[in-house]
Design a protein around this ligand. Sequence first.
Ligand SMILES: C=CC1=C(C)c2cc3[nH]c(cc4nc(cc5[nH]c(cc1n2)c(C)c5CCC(=O)O)C(CCC(=O)O)=C4C)c(C)c3C=C
Ligand SMILES: [Fe+2]
Length: 424
Amino acid sequence: MTERPTPDPGMQGTSGISRRRLFGAVGAGAVLAGAGAVVGRVTAPDSENGTDGVVAFHGEHQAGIVTPAQDRMHFVTFDVTTRDRDKLIALLKTWTAMAARMTAGLEATEDGATGDGAYHPPSDTGEALDLDASQLTLTIGFGPTLFDDRFGLADLKPAALQDLPHFPADNLDPARCGGDIAIQACANDPQVAVHAIRNLARVAFGTASVRWSQLGFGRTSSTSTAQVTPRNLFGFKDGTNNLKAEDPAALAESVWVDGADDQAWLAGGSYLVARRIRMLIEQWDRAILREQEAVIGRDKREGAPLGLANEFDELDLESKGPDGPLVPETSHVRLASAQNLGGIRILRRGYNFTDGSDGFGHLDAGLFFIAFCRDPQKQFVPMQLALARADALNEYIQHVGSAVFACPPGPAEGGYWGQQLFEA
Ligand SMILES: C=CC1=C(C)c2cc3[nH]c(cc4nc(cc5[nH]c(cc1n2)c(C)c5CCC(=O)O)C(CCC(=O)O)=C4C)c(C)c3C=C
Ligand SMILES: [Fe+2]
């Protein structure tokens, strides 16, 4: 686990930008002024990507997609509770300003934890004071329902932004599905991620309310070749054959929406698919190792495709042993592989979760699966269909939550989340 840094009272030092009140151009007034508020430029010293706990917030693409996956996640979806388009835009501006500050390691509003006066509720809740930015990223997405008749966005709805179809064996809980807006917070300190979502939810009062949320620990994928492949709760390396940040051609092909794809406002953005997948831990733990490896299609210790020795050896679906294919016909990696799916690939960025027990003596644990792709209908849907129909893993998992969101491109300095959509 990431160690909490010692509080840094001064400005010296290049590592560990804690939430200081001395710099940052966006004050509480600007942040909370609502519609028309200027979303100012936030500068934090030494904020080169990845060197000091700060991930750049502005840019062509949103952070939190190909950013090397952090260890912790807090994911939330909101229902917009107003029908007033201007109020919604004002919230997006406020959120953007707060997100820019918090990802830079600053308080959500300038001096917001203690500086608003003794007779006001503080505009920053304070639990991240003295903590490092912890590579916090905040990533926003818009759900299909945002494009109904409330905000004049119907003509701007991308064709690919549709609720996912019902897949065989889905057992979805409506209380863990959908949402007008999603925000994914990822950080290497759970308190930093929770603080960010809490403050964004707090300021949304009267305009949007939390629909459902999920905490995740232990990334279950690597999104950079520099990262070690982590393990999921079944004990297998997860993320080996993922798309990686170092392969921009593959990302352009499979993750980033092109302006010519459909709606121009989404160029440089992506789609986020979230699935809360319960893992039937107790059943899995009674399965023999040979069965576990046959289900996944890789060996447990190294993560190598069955029949091969090393984690990054290429999956060979033609390889055969005395008893038939070395990578079984119903194995997870065979069915999900690009070779099996006519070249389809997605960027996986999920997290382990445990949410206590289910009242029947079983852990409520699993994988909060998050994937980014250029077109969920052409990528996630056929992949999940192939898995839902035949994957041997289905005996040990159950999909209980589902949502899809269009993630706009990154905000420009001085711009706001979704500006390309609302000013299209
Ligand atoms: C629809 C997409 C996918 C879902 C849902 C999914 C759930 C899921 N996966 C694991 C464990 C592993 N998955 C692995 C590989 C893998 N999984 C998907 C897609 C989904 N997984 C893909 C595209 C791949 C890569 C296939 C390939 O081309 O090789 C692996 C192996 C290691 C790796 O490459 O990441 C494991 C292990 C679980 C437990 C799970 C649901 C709970
Ligand atoms: Fe998988």
